[in-house]
Design a protein around this ligand. Sequence first.
Ligand code: FCB
Length: 521
Amino acid sequence: MDRSNRKPPLSPRVADANRIADTIAGSNPDPATGGEAQWIAMPRSIDIATVCRREFLALGAATAAGTIALPALAQGRDFGAGFVWGAATSAYQIEGSATHAGRGTSVWDTFCRRPGAIRDGSSGEVACDHINRWREDLALIRELGVRAYRFSISWPRVLPDGTGGVSAAGLDFYDRLVDALLAAGIEPWVTLFHWDYPEALHKRGGWLKDESPDWFAKYATTVVKRLSDRVRHWMTFNEPEIFIILGYQLALHAPGDKLSWSDILRISHRVLLAHGLATQAMRATSKQPCQIGCAAALQPVMPATDQPADLDAARRATFSGMAAWLLEPMYRGAYPDSELKAWEKDVPKFPVSDLRTIAQPLDFFAANIYQAAMVRAGADGKVEPVARPWGFPRTLMDVFDVVPGGLYWGPRFYYERYKLPIVITENGTSVPDWIALDGKVHDPQRIDFMQRYLRELARARGEGADVRGYFAWSLMDNFEWAEGYRQRFGLIHVDFATQRRTRKDSFGWYREVIRSNGASF
Ligand code: FCB
């Protein structure tokens, strides 16, 4: 078959590349890249020249080990006593039962019905049917031996209209899950918002409305009131940058809007405010001292060499663009200067007191890291992206390449700047898994991927970054947003026709890692 003209279909996550590229704001890349940038399909609505540049930035990332001089590997893989080994999921991706017991509609229910929105035409209506099968899933979580399980609460399952009346059945579900986890000796780590926004609130104007931060704080209070006698670890949001950019700017995720940059910055500000207000409300409501974080989607930027100029370039690139726009107010109480200047005409007016509300002290720095970019310092001190060589190792998920260094440089840079304990709240990979003739699921690439990344994490820890935990994404195969069921990120294989769960080889491998506290690899 002649493949020369075959381009892969557009992945919604191409937009991730744009977002990621934006973190390198101010750099002046040379678009003559070579590499993957030439064949990735572009969203039609986006200017091709821009996307090529952005793709280049996103994909022109890490390079072969030979081009980077790294400090010697830390001795041993000592993760320390009390290291939190976990696995993660999110409500819309696994629960199903979209209309069960009065659950309100979420923007994802509606978005999935939009023709062409989901790559395989599917939805999370059934997903892993976790609402009905959670006991079976819990038995597997227990068998995996994790110390913590990260899951999210579906806002419309708890408050069908987003505000007002609570669904008792909705809250009861999470109540039972928390009890069962604790009874199994597993610490629940709860995310309040993993993208399934109540449709009713979206219809009222959603994050563009002044009231939207209060809606979220009230929802947070409702959940914390009920669960905080048992839950001690919370995350307000999962990956604000992703749902804001993909959902409201590029229409690639729910709710599927294409708003102006000034609206995007208004939404970002309200989401930050929602995080701050909710954090205050949660601390005031919690029945016991609790730990609060916010899981950011991060693409750390690695230096091409260990020369100070390259290190400086990597630091600047790591803390720039949309990533910095959300991290800096949250952790340091101010929007970053260079972005304020670059986006000046679009930045919304807000009272300075908002920044004090946003910058609530947090207990840990929650980082979702799948890969990394690479830069060097140009002759004039500018940040220059370093392209990946042809044939660079890729996962099944477009734009998630295999760049283990992200788990070294990320923790190192984030700890250096924000000085909070680091918890990797998501890391993992999608590979084409299937059930083999022997009835098992052999996923050596996932094992290799996790092993490489965990080595880098151990190295960061060994060199002083205060890394406290690692959550594998994901416990089980699930509904991967606009990719539908085409991506399998799980340690457990799910046959979506029968809902049969099969432990992958990586399940047993990770169990051993946990049991030995990292000594087994
Ligand atoms: C992250 C999301 C998570 C899942 C993984 C693969 O960005 O938080 O829900 O989609 O990517």
